[in-house]
Design a protein around this ligand. Structure first.
Ligand code: WT7
Length: 635
């Protein structure tokens, strides 16, 4: 029996039991057999959820790029590592072999060094989905610099906040990006952002759209001429197991985005292991994850997990509806994709289009379908299963988070029987609990509660950059000795888990994690706004959409209101990005509050969802009369 590759259900149970009985031994065997270490660990695991502190493979030395690239050269040098499919289907796809990837990563690593980047420095990467994005993350890892990828759909303000929070010395960007029929002036956004970022010394610019851009003297440099002069060999920096590999920001329910810190060895072992099992990856498969590398899904399942397994990973620059809604399926057919991993919001959008978009393409190469980012509703699940998988390719509904680094709950395809809307079983090494409001564990099956994890796993985020206190408060203070996920879940009669959604003030819109507080903070900056509250309501395609209740300093006429709605969404776009725009904005004279001044979101949520039959107890409110007004004017 191999720990690394699960082959049947009995083996899954055995391996899971073993991983609970002796987690150290379990992970040690996997680490030993499947990776390249410069020095072996002294201790597999040290942990204390009270501090909290978690260390995996302490004492070990390695470089993750040796594991993702160098060690494959001997047997897979000519194999495609990254298969780049451009936005425009007429532009040729690029097959970047492991050898070419090795050379390009090393060249960029040498450029970074020459530009003064050293081990431990932070480098912000703000790039579209072009090969340089993956190459930049690996080049940082090659020299021990910590990458912080910021999704290139974020606004200048969001970018500058992230650059400053982690004191990035460098930004890697491009002259612009293509998205369907649109081009986006990324460099202009970077220029705006960097007005507020005195710590950035260098901006490296990739040429993608060949637009006229301004280059700031002494700061901005075209990347290509530097690469042309750089050597294709670069000795990897030898890292400690617990050295940070990257920072990735995720929204919190309050305040600043949280810079989740992932470290080297544990992240590598876990993403590689989960990639292998959850996608049942076999040599010569063509794996495609449609996420952007700006999110954790792209970090773990476009770059590190696939490459650690020597896989071919597709990277797609474009959007699902360009040139038409058949694009995803055209790509699957063109490259004979075997595993396809996407988000429910994309599935719902695709399902709305004519079936001909699907049927005119040959999808027979597909073996496994994946879903991630939000609960997948029954209808979308069946559409995916019937029309894309033709009832033959199992769907893996994978639950995880930026914080968990890798997939935590998922069926193993062809092994775990799937059940629509259920993420099913925890993967080996993962010990879940459901907790009630009083802090008691809920045992048995057919129960629901708050989803927690009671034992460390290798790829858990170790801290929030610069704010360990917030890390402790957010994840380890709600329940004693448990990591709290922020999600609710139920466990059915056989022990399958179904994620029911966030139980905090985070709303998942189109698979993007949005905190209500940062959106409210930006709305409140509008001079006419006194106060605001955001809640989610169900949306056909996005899963959830945002509903804002806004109190104005002075009430106006409806014409004024329409303008204000536009201005409010404009402010949100500037502060965060278009993904956080509100679908509905209701102006109101007050918000329901408790006597301690806390907004009762539960009531606002029910009104937004049109579930006003049973508003629950409103008697404890400071201002119960406002509820009727809000109901009468609900949109
Ligand atoms: C939140 C984490 C992890 C990659 C993308 C999102 C929700 C994620 C599922 C799923 C139901 C899911 C949870 C989670 N979520 N996957 N399969 N079923 N909900 O990462 O931005 O950190 O968001 O996404 O609410 O807590 P993220």
């Amino acid at each position: 029996m191999s720990n690394y590759h699960i082959k049947n259900l009995e083996e899954y149970f055995q391996v899971h039991r073993k991983s609970v009985r002796n987690p150290e031994l379990f992970w040690e065997e996997i680490a030993e057999e499947h990776f390249l270490w410069r020095k072996r660990w002294d201790k597999v695991l040290t942990w204390d959820f009270k501090k909290p502190e978690v260390k995996w493979f302490e004492g070990a030395k390695l470089n993750i790029t040796e594991n993702c690239i160098d060690r494959h050269l001997r047997i897979r040098g000519d194999k495609t590592a990254i298969l780049f499919e451009p936005n425009d289907p007429k532009e040729t796809a690029q097959h970047i072999s492991y050898r070419q990837l090795y050379e390009r990563v090393n060249q960029l690593a040498n450029v970074l060094k020459e530009q003064g980047i050293k081990k431990g420095d932070r480098v912000c990467i703000y790039l579209p989905m072009i090969p340089e994005l993956a190459i930049s993350t690996l080049a940082c890892a090659r020299i021990g610099a910590i990458h912080s990828v910021v999704f290139a759909g974020f606004s200048a303000m969001a970018l500058s906040t992230r650059v400053n929070d982690s004191d990035c010395k460098m930004v890697i960007t491009s002259d612009g990006s293509y998205r369907g029929t649109k081009t986006i002036d990324l460099k202009g956004i970077v220029d705006d952002a960097l007005k507020e970022c005195p710590g950035v010394e260098t901006v490296l610019v990739v040429k993608r759209i060949h637009s006229e851009i301004e280059m700031k003297n002494g700061r901005d440099k075209w990347l290509q001429p530097l690469l042309d002069k750089a050597a294709t060999e670069c000795e990897p920096e030898i890292m400690d197991a617990e050295d940070p590999l990257f920072i990735l920001y995720t929204s919190g329910s309050t305040g600043m985005p949280k810079g989740m810190v992932h470290t080297t060895a544990g992240y590598m072992v876990y993403t590689a292991y989960t990639f292998k099992n959850v996608f049942q990856y076999r040599e010569n498969d063509i794996f495609w994850c449609t996420a952007d590398i700006g999110w954790i899904t792209g970090h773990s399942y476009i770059v590190y997990g696939p490459l650690a397994n020597g896989a071919t990973s597709v990277m797609f620059e474009g959007v699902p509806n360009y040139p038409d809604w058949g694009r995803f399926w055209e790509i699957v057919a063109k490259h004979k994709v075997t595993q396809f991993y996407t988000a429910p919001t994309a599935i719902r959008a695709l399902a709305k289009e004519k079936l001909d978009c699907v049927e005119r393409h040959d999808l027979s190469s597909l073996k496994v379908l994946g879903s991630v980012g939000e609960p997948i509703n029954e209808e979308a699940w069946h559409w995916y299963n019937d029309n894309i998988g033709k009832k033959k390719s199992p769907i893996v509904d994978t639950w995880w988070q930026t914080e968990t680094g890798g997939i935590m709950i998922s069926p193993i395809p062809y092994i775990t029987p799937t059940k629509p809307t259920y993420a099913t079983f925890p993967l080996p090494g993962i010990q879940l609990t459901l907790m009630d409001e009083h802090g008691e564990e809920i045992t048995g099956n057919q129960v629901d509660g708050r989803l927690c994890i009671k034992f460390p796993w290798p790829s858990m985020a170790r801290t929030i950059w610069g704010n360990h206190k917030r890390y402790k408060e957010t994840y380890f203070s709600t329940y004693e000795n448990q990591y709290f996920t922020g999600d609710g879940a139920l466990r059915d009669e056989v022990g399958y888990y179904r994620i029911t959604g966030r139980v905090d003030d985070v709303i998942i819109v189109s698979g993007h994690n949005l905190g209500t507080a940062p959106i409210e903070d930006s709305i409140n900056e509008h001079p006419a706004v006194a106060e605001s509250a955001i809640v989610g309501f169900p949306h056909d395609i996005k899963g959830n959409a945002l509903y804002g209740y806004v109190i104005l300093k002075e009430t106006g006429e409806s014409r004024v209101h329409d303008n204000l709605r536009k201005e409010i969404n404009q402010i949100i776009t500037e502060h965060i990005g278009p993904i956080a725009k509100l679908d509905k904005i209701q102006f109101t004279s007050g918000l329901p509050k408790t006597r301690s001044g806390k907004i009762m979101r539960r009531i606002l949520r029910k009104i937004a969802c049109n579930e006003t039959d049973n508003l629950g107890d409103t008697s404890t409110l400071l201002n119960p009369e406002v509820v009727q007004e809000i109901m009468d004017n609900a949109l």
